[in-house]
Design a protein around this ligand. Structure first.
Ligand code: HEC
Ligand code: HEC
Length: 293
């Protein structure tokens, strides 16, 4: 990590020359104003093809133990990035086979030539595909969010940072009754653990429709900004997600994950949980990166 590498990575994150069509970038699917997610149910690649999954928010990804909704074998940002860059079925940025051409075009741009040289000082020819990946990864490691009302209340001692409703919702979230923190755990409210089989942070809702395959537990930080929800984008609102958990509680099956709720939520409990989820929005994070567009 160096300031020069991060600054270069930031430019490249928004660089349309990385796409086959010349008008698409990482930011086309990871919009800073939406905590680096998009508003689509499933993501759409540069050439218009639909991806199988919803674009994930990028929040504190430096600390992820694995990446992607259902690919526990991807353990680094550098490895993850090869997917959007090189995937062909479907195309995301569509760089496959064009790596050298793209590097050549960037090297011919005096601004980039200067920035790559500053970021990778010992190298004689620093404008390479590998260094593009390294620089963007360095930028991604700066996407740190920890200044939500929840953080200011819990870690900053600001007693007024949360409303009474959000405080009740927080107690419920961390209770065995709702069970949320059993899966959305740790500082990132995400599946950053390994289970007994060594698998990273995944859970399934058992015979509950689309989620019967194990899916990585996503972060809930800034979740109010990242609709629609779930790996397939099937819920348009947070309230619909809470309705889903309540419905699970209403018809418990023996094969359900024991951390899931065992009875439905009341209207008040749902309102409290919603208020708590809204308190995980870090406005300073969004503002810091929104200026980059
Ligand atoms: C076409 C839309 C699209 C583009 C372009 C795109 N992504 Fe993504 N990104 C996604 C989707 C969809 C996922 C979820 C992938 C999955 O697991 O199926 C994702 C997941 C990720 C993740 C994993 C986050 C986590 O918490 O596990 C990272 C990191 C990421 N993208 C970074 C990038 C970078 C860097 C670029 C540019 C080089 C990029 N993406 C370009 C759609 C896109
Ligand atoms: C058994 C583990 C587990 C428990 C318990 C659990 N979740 Fe989840 N949660 C997940 C998984 C896995 C996903 C992703 C599912 C998918 O994509 O289909 C998810 C997704 C979500 C999402 C959508 C996030 C996004 O970015 O799309 C929200 C919001 C959410 N959960 C809130 C909660 C709340 C509130 C509770 C408690 C009532 C809770 N969860 C309990 C595992 C769990």
């Amino acid at each position: 990590m160096s300031d020069a590498k991060v600054a270069l990575g930031r430019r490249l994150f928004f660089e349309p020359r990385l796409s086959v069509t010349g008008n698409y970038s990482c930011a086309s699917c990871h919009d800073p104003a939406r905590a680096f997610s998009d508003a689509r149910r499933v993501a759409i690649g540069a050439t218009g093809q639909a991806l199988p999954h919803n674009a994930m928010a990028l929040v504190n990804v430096a600390y992820n133990v694995s990446f992607g909704w259902a690919r526990p074998q991807v353990h680094s940002l550098e490895t993850q990035m090869l997917e959007p860059m090189l995937n062909e079925h479907p195309v995301e940025l569509g760089m496959k086979g064009r790596e050298a051409a793209v590097s050549g075009r960037l090297a011919a741009d005096p601004d980039y030539a200067r920035d790559f040289a500053a970021a990778f000082p010992p190298e004689a020819a620093p404008v390479t595909f590998g260094n593009v990946v390294k620089a963007i990864s360095a930028f991604e490691r700066t996407l740190i969010s920890g200044n939500s009302p929840f953080d200011r209340y819990v870690f900053g001692g600001e007693h007024q940072a949360l409303s009474p409703e959000a405080k009740r919702g927080m107690a419920l979230f961390f209770s065995g009754r709702a069970g949320c923190a059993g899966c959305h755990s740790g500082f990132n409210f995400a599946g950053n653990w390994r289970d007994a089989q060594g698998q990273t942070g995944r859970a399934s809702f058992a015979n509950n429709g689309a989620s019967s395959i194990p899916i990585r537990v996503p972060t809930l930080r800034n979740v109010a900004l990242t609709a629609p929800y779930m790996h397939d984008g099937r819920f348009a609102t947070l309230d619909a997600v809470l309705e889903h958990y309540s419905a699970i509680g209403a018809r418990v099956r023996p094969d359900y994950d024991p951390r899931l709720p065992r009875s439905p939520f009341t209207a008040d409990e749902r309102a409290d949980l919603l208020s708590f989820l809204n308190s995980l929005t870090d406005e300073s994070f969004v503002k810091r990166f929104a200026q980059l567009r």
